[in-house]
Design a protein around this ligand. Structure first.
Ligand code: NDP
Length: 455
């Protein structure tokens, strides 16, 4: 994929970039490696100060940064600005909490003194996606830099200006030169980077194929990875649920980021007793959504980030129909508009055992399934290769506990949509990946957990 900003609302190419040459990559690696030797000696106080300064810049410049995101990948401007605010939040969270998360932990043994010491690993590569171009990077960078690591960002090829802006903000926050750099490179250059001795570990958020490729490259070098891949999150609604709230939340949870979120609700699994009403309300709300220019503050749904994603989604919907699914609304790309627009779409009656029912729909398409009871709901919810998040709606405490216990996912949200929060760990199981981001677990991914024993 060429490294280019292409406005998904109009199809206009805004800017193109030449990928870095091997010699340029080598120079940046050298800078990163040298920066680590000094940076690892800095104090938490210094790192916290730089991260707080970074948060201030994010807050001050959120309007412009939001516009940049919207221009490059099409999310609504209001969502883009909220994303920048969340980045400032995660910076402040780790600036405040990292010192205690990484403090020595005394463990009583038969030694005179035994304890755990957390030390940085070195240069960490972050391979990041375009869907939350700022948030995905900052939720890696804030804990990694607080831990004393140095970051190298290989961002998605369709958000190069966001990638450059992020490195610039972190530098202006005061972090020493070389502590965080953007590499404008294609995906094919990642494996070589993993083979370089200076790169100690990597994190990737994106598709399964990308995750596999990074895991293979790092496996060959025995280097640690965290993978945050796709999801096909269930949204279960049982009979006792507050239906009005469940439906409004279902719309938000499916349309998040124009439908392009790994933790968006994708499969709506509804108890037969309330299914007719749920379907009717969901249809009304989907049809009321305003599609249009994501820069307009009253737009609910903007374009998909790239033409390829639009085409892929269109193909998936066609496959779903071929497999027996019926379209209630939407169902074809909006060719009358320039840009990558796809309307809110509801598909019912897809047989659960067809291959398409197992796929992730990365756009504003809801698959609706009906089930007789909670057991059938759990079975269907778990019948997926993914295991990222799940949202389940019931006011019955016994049912809530049963869902919490039985759903195979990295997160279960009861009577709420799945969302990330700096205070809670985030990540998946099964083919959604491994490792955790955020919270104390996130900062412990890229440190040497060193055992110390003093006799
Ligand atoms: P990709 O997984 O292709 O892109 C994510 C990042 O991985 C980008 O930086 C990309 O670089 C890089 N990458 C791609 N292939 C490789 C590789 N072989 N080795 C190393 N790095 C690689 O996502 P797409 O944009 O193609 O989206 C396709 C699908 O991925 C979506 O439909 C969705 O299912 C899933 N996805 C999931 C996300 C999530 O949040 N979990 C986010 C984005 C996508 P480059 O851009 O240069 O190709």
């Amino acid at each position: 994929m060429a490294i280019a900003s292409i406005n998904p609302t109009t199809g206009e190419t805004l800017k193109t970039f030449e990928p870095l040459k091997n010699s340029e990559i080598a120079a940046k690696l050298d800078i990163a490696g040298k920066a680590f030797e000094k940076y690892r000696q800095t104090s938490f106080l210094e790192r916290s100060h730089w991260l707080e300064q970074t948060a201030i810049i994010l807050d001050q410049e959120k309007a412009d940064l939001g516009k940049l995101m919207t221009l490059e990948m099409g999310k609504t401007l209001k969502a883009a600005i909220a994303e920048v605010e969340k980045c400032a939040l995660v910076c402040r969270y780790y600036a405040e909490n990292a010192p205690s998360f990484l403090a020595d932990v005394t463990i009583k043994t038969d030694a005179a003194h035994s304890f755990i010491k957390y030390q940085p690993l070195g240069v960490i590569l972050a391979v990041m996606p375009w869907n939350f171009p700022f948030w995905q990077v900052f939720r890696f960078a804030a804990p990694a830099l607080m831990a004393g690591n140095v970051g190298l960002l290989k961002h998605a090829s369709n958000v190069p200006q966001c990638a450059l802006a992020i490195a610039d903000i972190i530098n202006r926050g005061g972090f020493p030169t070389g502590v965080f750099q953007t590499l404008l490179i294609g995906a094919a250059q990642v494996s070589d980077l993993m083979a370089d001795n200076r790169v100690k570990a990597a994190t990737l958020t994106g598709s399964e194929p990308a995750g596999i490729s990074l895991a293979v490259a790092s496996g060959k070098q025995i280097k640690k990875t965290v993978l945050e891949l796709g999801g096909s999150d269930p949204f279960i609604v049982l009979e006792s649920a507050d239906l009005e709230t469940a439906v409004s939340t279902a719309v938000t949870a499916r349309m998040l980021n124009n439908g392009q979120s790994c933790i968006a609700a994708k499969r709506f699994i509804i108890a037969e007793a309330v299914a007719d009403k749920f379907q009717k309300l969901l249809l009304e709300k989907f049809q009321a959504l305003k599609i249009g220019n994501p820069m307009d503050l009253d737009t609910d749904l903007g374009p998909l980030a790239t033409f390829d994603i639009l085409q892929e989604l269109d193909e998936q919907v066609k496959k779903a129909v071929k497999s027996g699914g019926k379209i209630l609304t939407g169902g074809h790309s909006l060719t009358e508009m320039p840009g990558n627009f796809y309307p809110p779409t509801i598909i019912i009656d897809i047989p659960v055992d067809t291959p398409i029912a197992q796929e992730e729909f990365f756009g504003p398409v809801a698959l609706l399934f009906r089930v007789p009871d909670i057991e059938a709901a759990i079975k269907l919810a778990n019948d997926t290769p993914f295991g990222l998040g799940a949202s389940a709606w019931t006011t019955n405490t016994e049912e809530q506990n049963h869902l919490i216990q039985e759903i195979e996912a990295g997160a279960v949200f009861i009577n709420s949509m799945v969302k990330s929060d700096p205070r809670l760990p985030f990540g998946g199981i099964k083919r959604s990946g491994y490792g955790r981001e955020l919270s104390i677990q996130g900062i412990h991914e890229f440190v040497n957990i060193k055992t110390i024993w003093v006799k």
